[in-house]
Ligand binder design. Structure first.
Ligand SMILES: [Zn+2]
Length: 82
């Protein structure tokens, strides 16, 4: 859901385990898309009224392994699942 521009070759870090999350190169030109990562996920954090981060928008990353564990432990709510 990000509209940021990804710098080719850049890497993100999982918010839980700090492991590397690499973008997947696509097409013949090897471009990368901000929502296409190897075993990783991005998510937005929206600061709501009452938070010291009110009206702020953040982006964070979590690897598949940590996300699966958080779901199993009930720490992440499933809103849609394929
Ligand atoms: Zn992780």
């Amino acid at each position: 859901m990000s509209n940021k521009e990804v710098v080719r070759g850049s890497v993100e870090f999982c918010i839980v385990c700090f492991g590397d999350i690499q973008y997947i190169k696509m097409g013949e030109d090897g471009h990368v898309h901000p929502d296409v990562m190897n075993k990783g996920n991005s998510f937005d954090i929206v600061g709501g009224y009452g938070s010291c981060h009110d009206s702020c928008l953040f982006e964070a990353f979590i690897c598949d392994e940590c996300l699966s564990k958080a779901i199993d432990e009930g720490k992440v709510r499933i809103l849609n699942e394929r």
